[in-house]
Write a protein that binds this ligand. Structure first.
Ligand SMILES: Cc1cc2nc3c(=O)[nH]c(=O)nc-3n(C[C@H](O)[C@H](O)[C@H](O)COP(=O)(O)OP(=O)(O)OC[C@H]3O[C@@H](n4cnc5c(N)ncnc54)[C@H](O)[C@@H]3O)c2cc1C
Ligand SMILES: Cc1cc2nc3c(=O)[nH]c(=O)nc-3n(C[C@H](O)[C@H](O)[C@H](O)COP(=O)(O)O)c2cc1C
Length: 770
């Protein structure tokens, strides 16, 4: 076959050499517009996994690369006058020039033709080629020519960065965060050869503009960075090797995803590779790794299907299918890490103490969890756990293993939770006349004995017509309060758990069948009229609610107040106002369901007016020593609906009105919603609200292991974690998770004590067997 790689970066060179090595009969040319030693950039970092693959596919170049590598294990963070270090992170770095030179030499030795100083106008320059590899980088001309086929989706990210170098050598991957009068700047620093370190400086567009960096030439920008990072530079100058860039050398990162990766141009097959196909932000330094992995996969597909021109279509299809998955995974992690650096100034740097800031930074991509950090650097992690536990009020001796973050207490107003795990409210549709029955006593009692710090019963409705279904709990009369009292007394008497009451009104989602008889389906008999912010049905063919007038508002607010007074009389510890999931109060907050033209519709203040009226009314009658949380749908997942930005505005309003915590849920407001599910998928909302608004939060949603909860809490992404479905599967979720992470100091109910040691020993045996 005749193969032309347009672009002699890591992707083009590595693919060229692999193919020539595997099948020397191929005629392979790499066309590169630059000189062999002319390259922009400094060092790049690799993972151990990519290096292992390179060792398998071409040991000759791998040995040379590994010899040239700089390996380091430590990460050091300079922040607010502190210098913190952790180990076990295992990176390798190499100069980009050096890497390219090794690959160039290897290509030449194998007989790959390298055509330097040759600018290709596109794939049609090579009509005789069977395969043209578009390895021409982010600004790929070839990809742009066939934009309608490749469907590139390019997003220019808001932060600015400048890629510099220095002769000062660092023995750790170093991050330095500096505050100026206009905002935060961060430097990402790592050594990559015997004399040089990469020094990338990043900041927000606002800080960049405010310092006038857009108007400075390169040297003045370098002078600015030198002054700002003088301490970490220790007098060493910063250098650029991008003198060819005119004007400001500050760039924006562009995120690229392509809808398709290959195309037949009538003469040759064309395939995208490396940065031409996708990009991953330097925050997790994976661009070169992805380029090399692409090259390996395409070569592997030729090995699998045969090195023949007629196999090219199937090879390209399989290459794209395999690589797409891995690339998406890395891009996700890179996006998390990139976003962390984009918001670090306004969200974390001013708010968090250095210890927690460091933890938050280390876990920024959300690929590294709490237990993963323990594997990397047990001493550091245990030191951090002690710090966290002391902040939570525990007395812990140095060098003593202490409980992990989820088992630290949390105190708000006069209520102290023994740990940070909540049984999230879950409708059970098993009540008659709104009464707590034996089912609830056993169900909730078991979960309280299962170790959670706070047990919520399901949404408890403030009037008969506030119910979702005839099976929902209610609190509108003394009989109901009496049954609640029985439950609260049982839980207080037999566990350390506190009891939470979630008050709500179903609004337009009311008068429906029990979940197992048809979720959201209107009752055929015995239903009741619906009210909502506006006269809009939940289901397109469903019953139309009446838009509430002032007298409805007064009546419902009074119902909430009565329910709160009854709840207070039961001795329950915690109240939550349900303003999420499309129910009555949520229907005011969302523009999808609130089309009102009076002072209760329109902007944020108007949409929040009625939910806040209700909140203030219940706050006035709920005991001052007990907290109230507010559950919000922090994302409607629907075009035109609320987004996390809107949720943050509402959160600040509830905070100002006296809410103690925001319980950060999402969705269920519109049937048109398109949620993006995944592990911890709602935690970013909690993170944003907690750290930007400065209010305590509850994270909820797809948190299913202690490791998840500990990672969230330790990083300060939430104060508490609510666990719903896992608690249906396992009433003792909290106790079992403690045992799974080896925390044997967590007490079990005295009646069950005989099982504790056996359970822990079985787990230990299973782990040892692995
Ligand atoms: C600030 C910064 C830091 C980074 N840090 C890291 C890191 O630490 N680790 C990491 O792995 N990655 C890092 N990267 C990303 C990395 O540089 C790229 O992802 C990687 O080089 C992609 O390889 P590639 O071969 O696809 O493209 P490139 O390396 O961009 O190579 C494309 C080549 O094509 C040539 N070319 C383009 N058009 C033509 C044409 N028409 N004719 C002939 N030649 C052409 C170009 O001259 C270039 O040599 C970083 C990037 C930036 C911006
Ligand atoms: C059966 C069931 C009933 C639920 N009922 C309620 C409810 O009454 N009030 C509420 O705010 N959320 C309710 N939810 C949502 C949960 O509290 C929680 O937010 C959601 O299930 C995500 O958490 P998970 O991934 O841990 O299950 C319910 C969830 C389930 C599975």
């Amino acid at each position: 076959m005749r193969i032309v790689c347009v672009g002699g970066g890591p992707a083009g060179l590595y693919f060229g050499l692999l193919m020539k090595k595997l099948h020397p009969q191929h005629e392979i040319t790499v066309v590169e517009r630059n000189q062999p030693f002319d390259t922009f950039g400094w060092g790049v970092v690799f993972s151990d996994a990519t290096m292992a693959a390179m060792r398998t596919w071409d040991p000759e170049s791998a040995v040379e690369i590994e010899t040239a590598f700089n390996h380091w294990d430590d990460i050091e963070v300079l922040f607010k006058g502190t210098r913190q270090r952790t180990t076990g992170h295992g990176f390798v770095g190499i100069g980009r020039k050096q890497l390219l030179n090794i690959l160039q030499r290897r290509c030449m030795r194998l007989g790959v033709e390298l055509a330097f100083n040759q600018e290709a106008t596109g794939d049609l320059d090579f009509p005789e080629a069977d395969l043209v590899v578009a390895s021409d980088g982010l600004n790929s001309r070839i990809r742009n020519r066939y934009a309608d086929v490749f469907q590139p989706d390019l997003v220019v990210r808001p932060n600015r960065y400048i890629w510099l170098g220095t002769k000062k050598l660092y023995d750790a991957f170093t991050f330095d965060f500096r505050r100026t009068e206009h905002g935060w700047f961060q430097a990402h620093i790592y050594r990559f050869d015997a004399e040089t370190s990469t020094f990338i400086v990043e900041t927000t567009e606002e800080a960049y503009q405010a310092h006038g960096l857009d108007r400075l030439d390169q040297q003045s920008s370098i002078d600015f960075c030198q002054r700002l990072f003088a301490e970490v530079l220790g007098g060493a100058p910063l250098m650029t090797n991008a003198r060819h860039l005119r004007g400001s050398a500050w760039l924006n990162f562009t995120r690229l995803i392509c809808g398709k990766w290959s195309h037949f141009n009538g003469a040759s097959h064309v395939v995208l590779m490396g940065d031409a196909a996708h990009t991953a932000h330097f925050a997790i330094g994976s661009g070169t790794k992805l380029a090399i992995d692409d090259a390996i996969e395409l070569a592997r597909q030729f090995e699998a299907h045969g090195h023949a021109a007629e196999k090219i279509p199937v090879v390209l299809a399989d290459y794209e299918e395999v690589r797409r998955v891995d690339v998406a995974r890395i891009q996700n992690a890179a996006r998390n890490a990139m976003e962390w650096f984009e918001v670090v100034g306004r969200r974390y740097a001013d708010q968090l103490e250095p210890e927690q800031f460091m933890y938050s930074m280390l876990t920024r991509s959300q690929r590294i969890s709490h237990e993963n950090l323990r594997l990397r650097d047990r001493n550091w992690l245990e030191g951090y756990e002690r710090w966290f536990a002391r902040r939570a009020g525990l007395t812990v001796a140095d060098h003593e293993r202490c409980v992990s973050p989820m088992f630290t207490p949390f105190e708000v107003r006069g209520v102290k939770l023994a740990n940070r795990i909540i049984v999230s409210p879950m409708a059970m549709y098993s009540a008659e006349d709104g009464l707590i029955g034996d089912f609830h006593l056993v169900h909730l009692g078991a979960r309280a004995m299962g170790g959670a710090g706070l047990v919520f019963a399901e949404m408890t409705c403030v009037s008969p017509d506030a119910r979702i279904t005839p099976g929902c709990l209610g609190l509108w009369n003394e009989a109901q309060a009496a049954q609640w009292r029985r439950l609260v007394d049982y839980i207080h008497g037999h566990s350390a758990a506190k009891v939470g009451v979630q008050l709500g009104h179903a609004g337009r989602k009311g008068s429906t069948k029990l979940a197992w008889e048809g979720i959201d389906q209107p009752l055929e008999q015995g239903g009741w009229p619906l009210i909502s912010a506006s006269a809009l049905p939940y289901l397109s063919q469903g019953p139309i609610p009446r838009a509430m007038d002032r007298s409805d508002m007064d009546r419902v607010a009074a119902d909430f107040v009565r329910a709160t007074e009854l709840a207070a009389s039961t001795g329950a510890d915690w109240l939550e106002l349900h303003c999420a999931h499309g129910y009555l109060l949520s229907s005011f907050l969302s523009p999808l369901t609130n089309w009102r033209e009076d002072e209760y519709g329109g902007g944020h203040e108007n949409r929040a007016r009625y939910p806040l009226e209700v909140f203030r009314a219940i706050r006035a009658v709920w005991p001052a020593g007990k907290p109230i949380s507010v559950r919000l749908s922090c994302h409607d997942w629907t075009e035109g609906g609320n987004t996390p930005e809107d949720a943050a505005i509402f959160a600040s309003m509830f905070k100002a009105a006296g809410a103690d915590l925001i319980d950060c849920s999402s969705g269920q407001v519109s049937k048109e919603e398109r949620p993006v599910y995944g592990r911890l998928f709602q935690t970013p909302f909690s993170d944003k609200i907690r750290n930007e608004i400065g209010v305590a939060t509850i994270a909820v949603g797809a948190i299913s292991e202690a490791d998840h909860a500990n990672s969230i809490l330790a990083a300060g992404r939430a104060d508490l974690c609510a666990i719903a479905r896992p608690h249906l599967a396992d009433a003792s979720w909290t106790l079992h998770e403690a045992a799974k992470i080896g925390l044997v100091s967590i007490g079990w109910p005295k009646q069950y004590y005989a099982a504790k040691g056996q359970y822990e020993a079985n787990l230990a045996r299973a782990a040892a067997g692995k």
